[in-house]
Design a protein around this ligand. Structure first.
Ligand SMILES: [Zn+2]
Length: 207
């Protein structure tokens, strides 16, 4: 058992963790693919928990600028008390993702994916001997195939049907799955409706 991972942190993260019985204090590392609001705005309350309720150490892994971007978010969220009262209690490590790296005992590989003008970090993470691929937001371009290649489980976005700006279409998601038949896919980030292998909200799976 490596520990516990959180992959991105959209809102409302904290109440959802409580609801599925995941202890917010037991997360060892958070991997961020990019800084868009739907992937980060659940983090301020999670961080509040890690300051006042459970102060075990926490590592954030993310693209270039991870420390500046997140500290700015905590600052906007909590005002002057962030730096004065909260930051000194927060046992945090920020790590800019490297092509191959390790964070809080998790070995990972980073693959840059296409996503609008910011791009996105896809991660291949070794979890209890299995290989987990996580895309965050991505277009259906070649780096995504490299991300999921040989993975036991792939959590990949599939935003909607047809042509979706800077995201995966359901059709591309189905094609991707056909090209990697040995990988178990879970699709998320759906804006409405559903497709085969779509994850449902608050779903718990055994791997
Ligand atoms: Zn995005």
């Amino acid at each position: 058992m490596n520990g516990r991972l959180l992959l991105d942190g959209g809102a409302p993260l904290l109440p959802h963790m409580q609801r599925v019985g995941v202890d917010p204090g037991a997360i060892d590392a958070v991997f961020l693919t990019h800084f868009h609001g739907d992937h980060t705005l659940g983090l301020p309350t999670f961080v509040l928990h890690r300051v006042f309720v459970d102060d075990r150490p926490l590592t954030f892994v993310g693209p270039e600028g991870v420390e500046e971007r997140l500290e700015a978010l905590w600052d906007v969220s909590w005002g002057p008390d962030w730096k004065r009262v909260m930051r000194p209690k927060f046992k945090v490590t920020y790590q800019t993702a490297t092509p191959m790296g390790s964070a809080a005992g998790f070995d990972y590989e980073t693959i840059r994916l296409d996503h609008g003008s910011s791009g996105s970090n896809g991660y291949r993470i070794k979890v209890n001997g299995r290989l987990l691929a996580y895309s965050g937001d991505t277009e259906a371009t070649a780096p995504l195939d490299a991300l999921v290649e040989g993975a036991d489980v792939a959590i990949v976005e599939a935003t909607g049907p047809g042509d979706v700006f800077s995201h995966m279409s359901w059709e591309s998601a189905a094609d991707l799955k056909r090209r990697h038949p040995k990988t178990r896919f879970m699709f998320n980030h759906l804006y409405s409706g559903t497709l085969e292998d779509a994850a449902t909200d608050l779903q718990v799976i055994e791997v």
